[in-house]
Design a protein. Structure first.
Lengths: 163, 213
């Protein structure tokens, strides 16, 4: 990949890629692998961009699809659970933000199913329901129903922990 | 009062260190960890190895005076290569630039097709190898001498000109190999890609549920 392509076409959207990759990884090592892989796949697939959507939407779609089918380097210690508390071994200090509330929100998002994570990330990025539905591959009505449920679940998990 | 998740999200990313991109190290030469790339790599390496091996077996069989075995194995190996090259083409055509549902379905369909094809082939491959070895040795003059030495004065039981016990033994082994051939391939696949395939199934099930809501 040329540095130019990364600097001009990917880097301006790095924030978006970072947010997605963080939601699908539990450790800093996995996160860095995912980030690099998404950048690599964007570069490799760049000729598939037909201009039917915005470049940023295209990157979003591609990043999600890549993260959904990536192979983690090693087994994570995290045991996914429905409980409100994450197992202690899941904490990776390097994989945290300085904002504690954001860390708690991310931890709660990581406990959602892979698809629910994608839906809520798009919602939090203020994408319209039509765009979310188009990226995921369902109808805006279904997305609206799902978002309400996810928000309730997240609220429950964060209840009393953030202020 | 508690903040909404929307506010936590917005305010959390105002921190300057929240969105620091990791350094890209040798990205161009990096070995991709994406499942499609991994499959493509695995397929290409396997196919090249099979082609080379088929020629080695063919040449070696003439030196070992078992050319029938060599030719039969050469045909088998190159058939495997041709079939899997077609599968590889389908894998390369999977478009990442579609909705998540479509993308996962396309990949899942490809996986199912390749598993089905390879399971079917495995049911024939193992018995074929066994029978090819049998035929190869049977038509080899040096093996005939060895067989005569091993059997010594033992007389093979024939019924209406058919060596019944030998035929039954061969049929039994062929049947067992045919039965376990597909299972062996599935087991191999499960060990290497089990986790990813399970994840794929779960995501698609979740997607189907979302579509049905």
């Amino acid at each position: 990949m040329s540095n130019d392509f990364y600097t001009t076409s990917i880097f301006p959207h790095a924030g978006m890629i970072i947010k997605i990759c963080r939601a699908y990884t539990d450790t800093q090592e996995d996160f860095e692998d995912y980030y690099q892989e998404v950048c690599l796949q964007i570069w490799r697939s760049r000729e598939q961009f037909r201009g039917e959507s915005k470049w940023s939407t295209w990157i979003y779609r591609l990043s999600l699809n890549i993260c959904l089918t990536l192979i983690k380097k090693k087994k994570n210690n995290r045991q996914h659970t429905n409980s409100n508390h994450l197992p202690i071994e899941a904490v990776d200090e390097n994989h945290s933000f300085t904002d504690e509330s954001l860390n708690l929100l991310y931890d709660a998002i990581r406990q959602l199913s892979e698809i629910d994570r994608a839906v809520i990330l798009l919602y939090l990025e203020e994408k319209p329901y039509e765009i979310i539905a188009d990226i995921i591959g369902t109808s805006p009505n279904n997305i609206a129903v799902r978002i309400t449920r996810i928000k309730e679940r997240l609220k429950k998990r964060l209840d009393g922990k953030v202020n | 009062m508690e903040r909404s998740i929307e506010r936590i999200w917005k305010e959390g990313f105002l921190e300057s260190d929240a969105l620091v991109a990791p350094k890209l190290n040798n990205l161009y030469t990096r070995k991709s960890i994406h499942i499609i790339d991994k499959f493509t790599r695995m397929f290409k390496i396997n196919l090249k190895a099979i082609v080379v091996f088929s020629f080695v077996v063919l040449v070696a069989s003439f030196f070992a005076k078992i050319p029938v075995l060599g030719v039969l194995m050469f045909i088998l190996f190159n058939t495997i290569v041709i079939v899997n090259r077609k599968l590889l083409k389908g894998l390369k055509e999977i478009d990442k630039n579609v909705s998540s549902y479509q993308y996962l379905k396309d990949f899942d369909n490809w996986m199912k097709e390749q598993i089905l094809t390879n399971v079917k082939m495995s049911r024939f491959i193992y018995p074929y190898i066994f029978l090819a070895m049998l035929a190869g040795f049977w038509f080899s003059s040096s093996f005939q001498e060895t067989l005569d030495e091993v059997l010594g004065s033992h007389q093979i039981y024939f019924l209406k000109g058919i060596p019944v016990f030998w035929v039954l033994g061969i049929l039994l082994i062929t049947g067992v190999l045919a039965y376990f051939g597909g299972a062996l391939y599935k087991l191999d696949l499960k060990i290497v890609y089990g986790r990813v395939l399970k994840k794929l199934d779960e995501i698609i099930a979740d997607m189907d549920e979302l579509k049905a809501e």
